[in-house]
Write a protein of this length. Structure first.
Length: 292
């Protein structure tokens, strides 16, 4: 068990797929977790948390008092769940409240869930443009194609300014499509048609690697986080059982590779996350289901 330097961590959105993995991982590494969500769950009840609506600034202040840092995962999680205006306004309000309350309370660090959608996803004919190049990296930002993505882009801007005002490190983690091991059983159904999952260049990330990325962001040297970095967090491979270069050439023939890639390597570049926080994904669907 690793010794933590920041002992008491608030996890918002603790009832969600990412939140459950993060809470479990932090506890396993010796952290004291204060979990919160707008709904009650075992993660919230068992870890000293309360139900809280973070669109209310007073409630955001309340859940962040007496903690060292926050991992902020609470947001409307994807486009299309609520109307565009509700999605944007809810996420922006929630994120500002948490960021500003963290600065007011003098927290050591804010780690929060941005999104791969800030990079231009979905890459479909109806929703947006193909990628300009691959692997898509942090320099492909910002290309929001929905109000959900726009809420994340705007929140990254807000985070950058509050970080500058407060001197507190912020880390925006641009998560790919988060999966639990049980979700991998559906992957073979996409192999017959590479267009099914082209929308995010066949990317995904295991929830356990999400948790690791959050924890590493808590302990990365502050100097490496200058400028409030936004980091792509994805698996090392794609969801497909076909070589990545061949997939790209077939589905996006006008998109060029900027470097050589491994046979099944992710087309969402995780090089910067490796450099900045030491992120190295450990989990793959290939450990759970056969490739053919």
């Amino acid at each position: 068990m690793a010794e933590s330097t920041m002992q008491r961590i608030c996890v918002t959105g603790a009832s969600g797929k990412a939140g459950r993995s993060v809470v479990r991982d932090l506890l396993e590494h010796g952290y004291d977790v204060v979990a919160t969500d707008i709904v009650s769950s075992r993660e919230v009840v068992e870890n000293g948390g309360v139900r809280a609506d973070l669109t209310d600034y007073g409630q955001a202040l309340e859940v962040l008092k007496d903690v060292d840092a926050v991992i902020h995962l609470a947001n409307i999680p994807a486009p299309g769940i609520r109307t565009p205006a509700v999605t944007f306004n809810t996420n922006i309000t929630m994120n500002f409240n948490v960021f500003h309350a963290a600065a007011h309370c003098g927290l050591s660090r804010v780690v929060w869930a941005s999104s791969e959608t800030t990079l231009g996803l979905p890459f479909t004919e109806t929703n947006g443009l193909p990628p300009r190049y691959a692997p898509v990296d942090e320099d492909h930002y910002p290309v929001p194609t929905s109000t959900y993505a726009l809420s994340k882009v705007a929140s990254e801007t807000i985070a950058g300014h509050i970080a500058q005002w407060s001197g507190m490190p912020f880390v925006a983690l641009r998560f790919s499509n988060i999966m639990d091991p049980d979700d991998y059983r559906a992957f073979p159904s996409t192999w017959v048609d590479p267009h099914i999952r082209k929308w995010n260049l066949w990317g995904y990330v295991d929830g356990r690697d999400v948790a690791t990325a959050c924890r590493l962001s808590l302990t990365a040297p502050a100097e490496s986080l200058a400028g409030s970095p936004g980091l792509i967090i994805a698996a090392a491979d794609t969801v497909m059982n076909r070589p990545s270069a061949a997939l790209l050439a077939e589905v996006f023939p006008g998109v060029s590779l900027t470097r050589d890639i491994g046979e099944f390597e992710s087309l969402l570049a995780i090089d910067r996350a490796r450099e900045v926080i030491g992120y190295q994904p450990r989990h793959s669907w290939r450990d759970h289901i056969p490739e053919s």
